[in-house]
Ligand binder design. Structure first.
Ligand SMILES: Nc1ncnc2c1ncn2[C@@H]1O[C@H](COP(=O)(O)OP(=O)(O)OP(=O)(O)O)[C@@H](O)[C@H]1O
Length: 625
């Protein structure tokens, strides 16, 4: 037996390892299983090129808990190590690697998020173990070796009688880490980090019920089978040509077992130059409530789970998607800000954006009807992408849709072509009318449709920002919500409208109105509209309302403070009601008429509530008595 001191340059690295990334102690298991996987894959490679004179067979990795002994075993059938190799790889290289890693990142670990996910290697075992043993037998014809270290820089190395090839790591779990001999805890960890690793991992056995025989003779039989926790060949490691639609759907369920809704479609990523990246992204059905999003894209490095926080790697608008990205080229043991500036990561991000845009474009071209059906579920991602990525904005112009309240879907180009003749105002601006809610804006929509206008239904939470952007990009284009002005003013034409009322009469009417109507809430606006147009109408100016919406959904114009709710009360001076109000004999009756009209206008905007509604109903009954 040899004993020796691990070459420690820092006073004592083990307390540091223990303290390091306190919340991430669990990653030790992933590190050890990664090593076991690497050792197995190395053997596979050596046997395949004829370098190792042994049979590869069907190696698996075993994870065993010894509850009484408070030990955790990780056993592989990989290349193993000779005593000399243990000396070299464990005592020298692995240790200096861990030491270097700690020195480099211990200060920045807190804010980095991603650092904890990779790099500590074999020595991360000391985060949870008070003593670690390695029993290993190389594929070469040499005796097995037994290494042991109790967390001090001292280790022992001696021969061992182990005869099967491979490595067994034994962790003597420390008193403060006994959670790691709990079956449930280990099982959860294995699923979290190793669910798709390339070598089968066995964690004990499980019972399966088999049916033997057929019909009446059928009997159920309980059998104990290996509990293999991983799928070594997940869908993304296969070629798209090998996979059917059903395989993609099954893989989605495998990734998100708690997700019952089917994905809308998927995008298979596959590139090997100038960087390596594979993966499958799914478009889920999204609700307007963005905070509901909890199943996220998972990032893997050679089938080892790294994180489901892909911020900085995937463009932000695509973080709403689900699926897997696997790349050995994403530098993981660096801080997040470094990651965002990394050239490779930038390329990866623009590759993904392009792939997504191409896929959407081909879905649109190949089956427009189906694409239209899916539009409501995918529009948020597309609109967000158009707002945040210039390249995506350009590409999206061919497939971004603008639905009307009558369920017709136009691209912007088609829409403009269609509405230009009727919806261009006197200044040559094409006005796109839209509603955000078919119910509450019903009367406004109907009025616009009666004029032959096309009314869009734009109801996603960020669409205000998109309209703003489109207005900036395209000349002579303006979006206006149907309830933002009187119908004649929504699209101003070159007509002089003549008022039935004289200037004097208009003055009198205005005075009567302003006396009866609370000034702080409504700005009274007299308009000479067609005589059958609605007599009283409440409108909300487009600009202020849109700014307010943009402020609520982030971005937009800052420094404006809170935008007030501003409403206009448009009174049609050519309506019979206006004349009637003007000619009413008694002041009391006039006031009643005005109040009733105002309430009706409020009612059609969904603004009449509570006490006001009670008064309105009472007054209405009085009037029809
Ligand atoms: N189960 C094993 N079988 C064979 N060799 C192993 C095993 N575990 C570790 N080793 C050897 O010890 C070395 C050091 O392992 P360690 O985990 O510290 O670093 P690494 O795997 O090289 O890199 P990483 O930091 O990515 O984990 C490995 O490179 C390998 O040569």
């Amino acid at each position: 037996m040899t004993t020796g001191n691990i070459n420690v340059s820092v006073e004592n690295i083990f307390p540091l390892i223990k303290k390091f990334l306190y919340s991430d102690h669990e990653i030790f298991l992933r590190e050890l299983i990664s090593n076991a996987t690497d050792a197995t894959l190395k053997l596979k490679h050596l046997t395949s090129i004829g370098e190792a004179n042994v049979t590869y067979g069907n190696p698996i990795i075993d994870v065993r808990i010894d509850k009484e002994g408070k030990k955790l075993h990780i056993i592989d059938q990989g290349i193993g190590m000779t005593a000399q190799e243990v000396e070299k790889y464990i005592n020298q290289i692995a240790f200096s690697g861990a030491e270097e890693f700690l020195n480099k990142y211990k200060d920045s670990a807190k804010d980095s998020g991603i650092i904890g996910h990779f790099g500590l290697g074999f020595y991360s075992a000391f985060m949870v173990a008070s003593k670690v043993e390695i029993i290993t037998k190389s594929y070469k014809d040499e005796p097995a070796a037994h290494w042991s270290c109790d967390g001090s820089p001292q280790y022992t190395l001696e021969a061992h009688e182990k005869t099967e090839r491979g490595t067994e790591i034994i962790l003597h779990i420390a008193e403060d880490s006994l959670e790691f001999i709990e079956e449930q805890r280990i099982s959860t960890l294995l699923v979290k980090y190793n669910k798709f690793m390339p070598i089968p991992i066995r964690f004990g056995t499980r019972t399966e019920t088999n049916t033997i025989g057929e019909g009446e003779d059928a009997k159920e039989e309980q059998v104990e089978i290996d509990n293999i926790i991983n799928n070594p060949t997940p869908a993304w490691t296969k070629q798209p040509s090998e996979l059917k639609d059903e395989d993609y759907k099954n893989f989605y369920r495998e990734l998100y077992p708690m997700q019952f809704e089917e994905p809308l479609f998927n995008i298979h990523l596959n590139v090997d130059y100038p960087f390596n990246l594979t993966g499958i992204l799914y478009f889920p059905k999204l609700s307007n409530d963005l905070s509901m999003q909890k199943d996220r894209i998972q990032l893997y490095q050679n089938q080892v789970f790294v994180t489901d926080n892909v911020e900085g790697i995937v463009p932000e608008f695509l973080t709403m998607l689900r699926g897997v990205i696997d790349s050995p080229d994403i530098p993981l043991n660096v801080s997040r800000s470094y990651l965002q500036a990394d050239g490779n990561v930038k390329k990866i991000s623009s590759y993904i954006t392009r792939k997504v845009a191409d896929k959407l474009s081909s879905l649109f071209k190949d089956n427009r009807e189906d694409f239209e059906k899916k539009w409501n579920d995918i529009k948020i991602v597309i609109e967000y992408g158009m707002l945040s990525e210039e390249k995506f904005f350009e590409k999206a112009s061919s497939f971004a849709l603008y639905p009307t309240v009558d369920n017709q879907y136009f691209t912007l180009e088609e829409l403009l072509e269609k509405v230009k003749p009727l919806q261009t105002d006197k200044d040559g601006k094409t006005i796109l009318l839209y509603a955000s809610n078919e119910e509450t804006q019903h009367s406004y929509i109907e009025e616009a449709k009666a004029k032959g206008y096309e009314v869009l239904l734009l109801d996603s939470p960020i669409v205000a920002h998109l309209m703003q952007k489109l207005e900036q990009e395209k000349e002579n284009l303006s979006f206006t919500r149907v309830d933002s002005d009187s119908i004649e003013n929504l699209i101003k034409k070159e007509e002089d409208r003549i008022s039935k009322l004289s200037d004097q009469e208009q003055e009198t009417l205005k005075t009567a109105l302003t006396e009866a109507i609370p000034q702080e809430k409504y700005t009274v606006q007299l308009e000479a509209l067609e005589s059958d147009a609605t007599p009283f109408r409440i409108t909300q100016p487009e600009f202020m309302r849109r700014m307010k919406e943009m402020q609520q959904t982030g971005g937009g114009m800052f420094g404006f403070g809170n935008f007030p709710e501003i409403y206009n009360l448009v009174v049609n001076t050519n309506s019979e009601l206006a004349t009637q109000i003007l000619t009413t004999k008694t002041k009391a009756k006039q006031e009643r008429l005005i109040k009733q009209s105002l309430d009706l206008a409020k009612l059609s905007q969904g603004l009449l509530k509570g006490e006001e509604l009670t008064h309105f109903i009472k007054r209405s009954f009085e009037m029809i008595k």
